[in-house]
Design a protein around this ligand. Structure first.
Ligand code: SAM
Length: 214
């Protein structure tokens, strides 16, 4: 449980969302056992709704981990929607590839291996939905490339923006996380006031920001 959502409300929302079965459940158990930080159920639902609303043809994800959110996004979108996802850890990529194969989605999800800060500026495709879920301290580094890669009317969703409540209140901040918190505050201030973005912050999961590109 986080500092962000009242635990009773979170419990209720999770009970009404219901539980996954099959591969997604297997992946959740794996993530739990191996401490892989995958998206939380209520964040997964927001992503599904936005992906459907945006009618996304091409989605970019920064931070694949074991492929959980990539699979959720694929399942929520049309057969011809492609997902490009970036991950720097080889062990994660291997696991993600296995999961994507099991899900029968190898034709739709492409993993790019390496550091997002190097890969993003080299991409030439454009995207109608970008999901940012990588190192929290680097969001500012990714932002200008993400805005550039996003179609007008596209949506950028940034995860973990309230980081256990630390970004919202100094009373939650632990000393060794001060730099990340400071960087995330700068990021949020930037996206909330950026001339081409209309952004909002939602206190669900670990906090998400949704930005619409004008
Ligand atoms: N989106 C995934 C999901 O919900 O299933 C979880 C992603 S996890 C929170 C973050 C992942 O981003 C980690 O696997 C980490 O190795 C990767 N990552 C962090 N910083 C990165 C960077 N600069 N370039 C590429 N990958 C990065």
């Amino acid at each position: 449980m986080s500092n962000i959502v009242n635990p009773l409300i979170e419990e209720y929302i999770r009970s009404i969302i219901g539980k996954n079965e099959g591969l997604l459940k297997e992946m959740e158990d794996y993530a739990d056992e191996h401490h892989v930080p995958i998206i939380q159920p209520e964040v997964a639902k927001v992503l599904e709704v936005i992906a459907k609303l945006s009618g996304a043809n091409h989605i970019l994800e920064v931070g694949t981990a074991i492929g959980y959110s990539s699979i959720i996004l694929s399942n929520a979108t049309a057969e011809n929607t492609k997902i490009t996802t970036i991950e720097r850890r080889k062990d994660m990529i291997e696991k993600a590839q296995q999961n994507i194969k099991k899900a029968g989605l190898t034709e739709r999800i492409r993993i790019l291996e390496g550091n997002a800060e190097e890969i993003l500026p080299s991409l030439t495709d454009s995207f109608d939905f970008i999901f940012l879920d990588a190192a929290k301290g680097q969001y500012m580094e990714f932002l200008s490339a993400c805005i550039h890669l996003l179609h007008p009317k596209g949506v950028l969703v940034s995860d973990n923006v309230l980081y256990k409540g630390m970004v919202a209140s100094n009373q939650y901040v632990i000393r060794r996380k001060k730099t990340i918190v400071k960087r995330m505050r700068t990021y949020l201030d930037y996206i909330m006031h950026h001339p081409t973005l209309t952004s909002c912050l939602l206190p669900i999961g670990d906090g998400i920001a949704i930005s619409y590109k004008k």
